[in-house]
Structures are given as C-alpha cells and as structure tokens.
Design a protein around this ligand. Structure first.
Ligand code: SF4
Length: 327
C-alpha cells in the first residue's frame, strides 16, 4: 500500500542536534545542528539523490530517518506510518521494510560469519524465512540476483574483493524484502572500474524488486546518473532540490553551481569550456553556523542581506526549490 500520491517516505522538519558539553562539570555549552529542519518526500520506485560535501549531514539524516539515531524533532513517515517516537518493538517490525547499504563493505560484514550465515540469520530472526532450508534457498537466490555464485555461501568475507563484498552487502540489505533502501555512499570506497557495475546492479534491482532509494553521495555525476530527483545539502540544511536533470544542469543555488563546476565530466570539450567556481574558506562549524544564509561565508555572490536573515526555501520553478536571496 502506498499513499494516494504514491509517496513512500515523507520527512518533515527533521532535526538532529548533538549536545556539546564542556568543562569538568560537563556543562551544556551548545548544540551541533547536524540536521536542521530537513523536509522531503520520495515517491514509489523513485531514487532521491542527497548530495553535499562530507560532514554536511547526509549520513546523519539517513540514520535519523531509519531511527538508528533517534531524531531531536520532526516527523518521518514510511507509507504514512510515523517512525519517530515508536516503541523499539514496533520499530523492529518496521525495520524489515527499510534497509541500508553501507559505505564500507570491508567493515560492514562480520568477518567470522560465512556469507550464507550473513544472509540467512536476519531472515530467520525476522521470520522472513519459514525455516533454515527456506532461508538457505532464499540466500542462494539473492546471491544470484546480485551476480555472485551460489557456491559462495560457505565462504568468508575476507575471501572477496571490495566489489564482491558490496554485492554481499546489497544481498543482505535485500534479504528482508524491504521496499525502501538507503544507499549510503555505496560506491565511494570501491575502485572506479567497479563503481559503474555496482550502480548498474542497484538500478536493475530497483526495477526488478520495485525498490525506492535514498542515494547518498558526494559524487554529483553519479547522482545525476542514478537519481530521478536531487536534494543538495549544506551545513545541515537542504539548499536546493528538484529533478536531477534540472538541478544538476541548471543549478540555481551558488553552492550547487560550485559543486557542479568541480564535478568531473567525461566529455573533454565540455570540461574545457566550463567555468570553474573555486570556493574559498572552510565549511563553518555546525556548532557555530553563520548568521543569515549558512553559505554566506563562502558564497562568491553574497550580498549584505545574506548576512541578516535566513533565505526562505521557495519553489522558483515547477518542482525546483532553492533557498537564496538572488531569486
Ligand atoms: Fe549566496 Fe546570498 Fe544566495 Fe546565500 S542567499 S547562497 S549568500 S547569494
């Protein structure tokens, strides 16, 4: 069952603040606003790309959505079922519907477990498989779906390459029959030659299993390739969102423009012609964000008003949203 307009995930005003304590008495001195009032929706079968530099809050957003780290405030609805504030028992049942593929396939698989056990254990714990035999048959099917030999069930993660381990990580995420999957930088630790294979595998599995993805990455070219829509994050906030083809070819927000100007392009002629925007300064500390627009300390187009108040996140063209005083 999906909602009337086909929405699978609805995130509204999500916040994740981490308290900062100082001194001998560990007095509260402030909050790191890692995720600060983030809202978006993802429709059934769609991929939303979430991009931004490392430390901008992408992974914290994903962990708060999945309730791996409970949010400070806001709402997360999976097919209209509120996740925030649910009892652990309810969340445990809902976890089969939402899964995550981790960035690092080396640390995310238990080295002491065979691939067969890695895949069958969750199915047995969550009652997805009726018995061990059923779980083993499902594990073999999953291995084949992700392009691995069924004979790998008796082998250990250390015997595999990075790409093969990530395929196992994908099979494990799918072992509970989820319909919503967070792909958290799933290719960034892999060789470039393997990255396209894994992304194409994810696209095929999405079609075959009707999956809905939140695809987190700092690689704009990859996000443009895999995502239907893109949201750009800076210092805990979404600063621009819309159809990927629009956001990443005609970006409106100066931050997206700078990110896109630095992304590698396969076409050497285009690469030669395009103008590079070099951002100066470091990303400010989320403990002490700038006054006004949070990009104002690095923005090449900043105006006096940008330091005064926060620009509203507005729909500037149908489906294309940005928070910037230039428009
Ligand atoms: Fe730059 Fe001002 Fe727009 Fe912020 S509001 S992105 S500082 S122009």
């Amino acid at each position: 069952m999906t909602t009337e307009n086909g929405t699978i995930l609805k995130v509204a005003h999500l916040k994740k603040y981490f308290p900062v304590r100082q001194g001998l008495l560990q007095r509260l001195s402030g909050y790191v606003k890692a995720v600060d009032d983030v809202s978006f929706e993802i429709r059934e079968g769609e991929t939303l790309g979430l991009v931004g530099e490392s430390g901008c809050g992408k992974t914290t957003t994903a962990r708060a959505i999945l309730q791996l780290d409970p949010p400070t405030a806001g709402s997360v609805q999976l097919k209209e079922q509120e996740l925030v504030g649910q009892a652990p028992r309810t969340l445990r049942a809902l976890r089969t519907q939402m899964q995550i593929i981790f960035q690092n396939p080396y640390s995310s698989l238990n080295p002491r477990m065979t691939i067969g056990r890695i895949l069958t254990e969750p199915m047995l714990v969550h009652g997805i498989a009726t018995d061990r035999k059923d779980a083993e048959a499902r594990a073999v099917d999953l291995l084949q779906r992700v392009g691995l030999s069924p004979y790998f069930v008796n082998r250990f993660p250390a015997e595999f390459s990075g790409g093969q381990r990530q395929r196992v990580g994908i099979a494990r995420a799918l072992s509970l029959n989820p319909y919503f999957v967070v792909c958290d930088e799933p290719i960034s630790s892999l060789d470039v030659s393997i990255q396209a294979q894994i992304v194409n595998l994810l696209r095929r599995l999405q079609r075959e299993m009707n999956l809905t993805f939140l695809f987190i990455s700092h690689d704009l070219s990859m996000v443009r390739y895999i995502s239907d829509r893109t949201a750009v994050m800076y210092l805990g906030k979404i600063v621009e969102s819309g159809e990927s083809s629009t956001v990443l070819s005609k970006p409106l927000h100066p931050y997206t423009q700078a990110l896109w100007s630095a992304a590698p392009i396969a076409d050497p002629e285009l690469e030669e012609r395009r103008e590079r925007i070099i951002l100066t300064g470091d990303v400010p500390s989320p403990l002490n964000p700038p006054e006004g627009c949070n990009f104002s300390t690095r923005c090449p187009r900043a105006m006096p008003i940008c330091h005064e108040g926060e620009p509203e996140f507005r729909e500037l063209a149908p489906g294309h949203w940005a928070a910037c005083y230039l428009y």
